[in-house]
Write a protein that binds this ligand. Structure first.
Ligand SMILES: NC(=O)c1ccc[n+]([C@@H]2O[C@H](COP(=O)([O-])OP(=O)(O)OC[C@H]3O[C@@H](n4cnc5c(N)ncnc54)[C@H](OP(=O)(O)O)[C@@H]3O)[C@@H](O)[C@H]2O)c1
Length: 285
């Protein structure tokens, strides 16, 4: 039988799982075991050492833990949950960290162990590494679902919890992907365009940071500046003509979004964006 409620087992010793297990460990939780793809996999042994916990097999990971956190890639959650079912302590809580998955991933687990409690906690934060992620946890928001204890764990991590129903999960996760991954992809475009213009990418940092801060302070509609919001079509045209053809689709797509945000129902702008698309992108005209 497990000794304390504040006992945690980790399955999936990657960036998110290690960060959260470490944060809970620092706030007094005892980590009972770490399971990865194999007990001797480098990520399993290094995370286990860092958490002062034994490496374990997934099939044994529930032993002695009041809470099991699954932090594997999303596609593995269901099979991992099923694999650990037999080892779970009575009434254990099992939760995952995925934004894209609901609680239905635990259907097979609950069939095998109807006494288990299930939930999910998706921190709206990007953990590119454990060291960077730890400092960013406090004050971040997190989507929670399922057993109320998940909300208590979020509170211990200083996360601001909100609930998302399974039926709106995909919409929610799509917004998170745009907010994180697509913003980074867009900055990849800025980096390429800066290089083509012979200017340093770093010079854009204050501009990007101010624009993002303004969008949250003034809301996106109030923060929009630039040629689209001013209706300066000549400038938009000169951009499209100067850009590498490979950069035009993203520029156009976001120019349309800017026009939508600015409330510009502008036929001339639509024509400009469409004309250049139909012109075949053969290069500057
Ligand atoms: N990273 C983020 O910014 C972030 C933010 C919020 C939520 N999340 C969620 O957190 C979860 C983990 O994401 P991550 O970015 O931390 O991924 P990650 O860094 O790739 O870590 C995944 C870990 O799971 C292990 N693993 C893979 N398949 C496994 C299996 N079948 N059984 C046991 N362990 C297995 C991997 O082992 P190896 O080390 O051997 O590859 C790795 O240690 C995902 O659900 C993700 O959506 C991530």
């Amino acid at each position: 039988m497990y000794e304390s409620k504040r006992t945690l087992a980790l399955v999936g010793p990657g960036r998110a799982g290690t960060t959260i297990a470490l944060a809970l460990n620092v706030s007094g939780w005892h980590v009972t075991g770490v399971a990865g793809r194999a007990p001797d996999a480098p990520s399993t042994t290094s995370t286990a050492a860092c958490l002062d916990a034994p490496p374990s097999l997934v099939s044994d990971i529930g032993r002695g833990a009041a809470v099991v956190m699954i932090a594997t890639p999303d596609a593995a959650i269901e099979s991992v949950a099923t694999a650990c079912a037999a080892s779970l302590e009575r009434d254990a809580l099992v939760f995952h960290l995925a934004g894209s998955r609901g609680l239905d991933v635990f259907d097979a687990l609950l069939e095998a162990r109807p006494d288990a409690r299930v939930g999910s906690m998706h921190p709206l934060q990007s953990f590119a590494s454990t060291s960077a992620g730890l400092g960013r946890l406090p004050g971040s928001w997190a989507a929670v679902a399922g057993d109320p204890e998940v909300e208590e764990i979020a509170a211990e991590l200083d996360l601001r919890a909100f609930r998302v129903e399974d039926s709106r999960r995909a919409q929610y996760h799509a917004a998170a992907v745009v907010a994180s991954n697509h913003v980074v992809a867009l900055l990849g475009q800025v980096e390429r365009m800066a290089k083509a213009a012979g200017v340093p990418f770093d010079a854009f940092a204050p501009l990007v940071i101010a624009s993002v801060e303004n969008a949250f302070r003034l809301r996106p509609e109030g923060a929009l500046t630039g040629p689209i919001s001013r209706g300066d079509l000549k400038t938009v045209q000169s951009h499209l003509e100067a850009l590498d053809p490979g950069e035009r689709d993203a520029y156009r797509a976001l120019a349309r979004e800017a026009a939508r945000l600015a409330g510009r129902r502008d036929n001339a702008l639509d024509r400009l964006l469409d004309d250049l698309r139909h012109a075949g992108d053969t290069g500057p005209t």
